[in-house]
Design a protein around this ligand. Sequence first.
Ligand SMILES: Cc1cc2nc3c(=O)[nH]c(=O)nc-3n(C[C@H](O)[C@H](O)[C@H](O)COP(=O)(O)OP(=O)(O)OC[C@H]3O[C@@H](n4cnc5c(N)ncnc54)[C@H](O)[C@@H]3O)c2cc1C
Length: 469
Amino acid sequence: MASLSTLLPNPNLISKHNSTLSSTHPCAYSWKNKTPTSKGRFSVSCSSSSQAYDVVVVGAGVIGLTIARHFLVSSDLSVAVVDKAVPCSGATGAGQGHLWMVNKTPGSATWDLASRSHQLWKTLVQSIEEQGLDPMVELGWKQSGSLLIGRTDAESDVLKGRVKLLCEAGLKAEYLCSSDLIKEEPDLLVDKDSAAAFLPDDCQIDAYRTVAYIEKTNRSFASKGRYTEFYDDPVKCFIRSDSNGEVKAVQTSKNTIYSKKAVIVAAGCWTGSLMQDLFRNWGMDLHVPVMPRKGHLLVVQNFNFLQMNHGLMEADYLNHPTISGSESPDHQKNLSVSMVASIDAAGNLLLGSSREFVGFNTNLDESVVSYIWKRVGEFFPKLKTLPLSDLSASRKVRIGLRPYMLLSVPNGKPVIGPVPGLSNVYLAAGHEGSGLLMALGTAEMIVEMVLGYPAKVDSTPFAVQKVLV
Ligand SMILES: Cc1cc2nc3c(=O)[nH]c(=O)nc-3n(C[C@H](O)[C@H](O)[C@H](O)COP(=O)(O)OP(=O)(O)OC[C@H]3O[C@@H](n4cnc5c(N)ncnc54)[C@H](O)[C@@H]3O)c2cc1C
């Protein structure tokens, strides 16, 4: 397996697989044939055709794109990425961008994957710097640290315990009492019971800049015939080989894309319905219980009303408490809103976050935005006095469907691994509210599985059969 430093493109890796895709193939990505999509991105324009790649990745969210990237930079395989729309049209485009460990629990099922991923992001940042580039420009990277804020005695005790655990796990973590906290965040409402867990090494990215960077990396392999994007081209079915029953191709609305080694399904909250559709033709039923968990993110552009030195999250976020029926007469009882605030690399205030199960609906719900604003006002008195209506010219709302995996233990844990009975089809989905953080570790895990390399992180907790019913 290539070392971490090779997570950037290695110009010396010449594909042995060029024959699978001629650089003059009508569908080969080239900057000459790029055409803007309706959403202003660039996509390969190609007529109906068939072609072969070693690996076909379904889904161009952060998970699918980083998997493609990891294959490209650490092997000589050719890769195609297929998406029904364009990158950032799914959950990824709504992601707040926090790569935080403050809300992760040492010893939990996702701890090792989250830690490894965190480390891989830092290594990527280092490699970008070594190339003379600025990670803030390339990824929207900021190491602003994170504060998990408690406001009661009971929460302070939880935070003390968490700091102890995080320190024992080798992270730099500090417990801040109220007087220390007010020094860090002078505009925060702090009383005698306030306290925080502070992780100075926690960091953030901007999802759009990061996705653009990963796409740029992936596209640098296109000229070698190793990378092609098929955007705005939904996958319709799998084609199985008559001889061994393995999936040999992915049929999209416009193309038949053959896979010589592996098909990776990273279709976020659509993974469950997609797998059911793909399997139905064979009289098989694979139940992947991933549910869309809708989230609103309020973005206030060029924000300068108050000082915010770190990323902030209220301790209650760990429980995602639901808004009670009386406070929320017009909502399902499952709406939860917790204060999560940060300032991104462009100086925008990002405020989250809401969670609700309302199917695949992505409509803007102004009442949810009002809840977010109200909740943030409870932590920042200066914002409490500012009506949301005053921000109408400078605000945006991003909405995404987090892929939430039911029936995994605990719920919300992703599935990463081969589909039972179909050894060349792998799932990588269900990262809920941590997909940006866990993307690089997930990508590494999938590549290790496909290529038979030793695992850096035990993949057992993420095995697909655990969620089959
Ligand atoms: C408000 C909000 C805040 C968040 N904040 C954070 C955060 O701070 N940190 C963090 O780590 N995570 C955060 N997340 C979670 C993170 O955004 C997700 O976990 C992550 O984006 C999931 O990525 P994905 O690639 O699995 O899914 P997606 O980004 O949804 O991508 C799935 C892709 O599959 C494609 N697809 C679906 N069906 C088909 C088909 N039939 N054929 C082809 N393509 C198909 C879709 O078009 C889509 O592009 C947040 C999420 C939300 C909503």
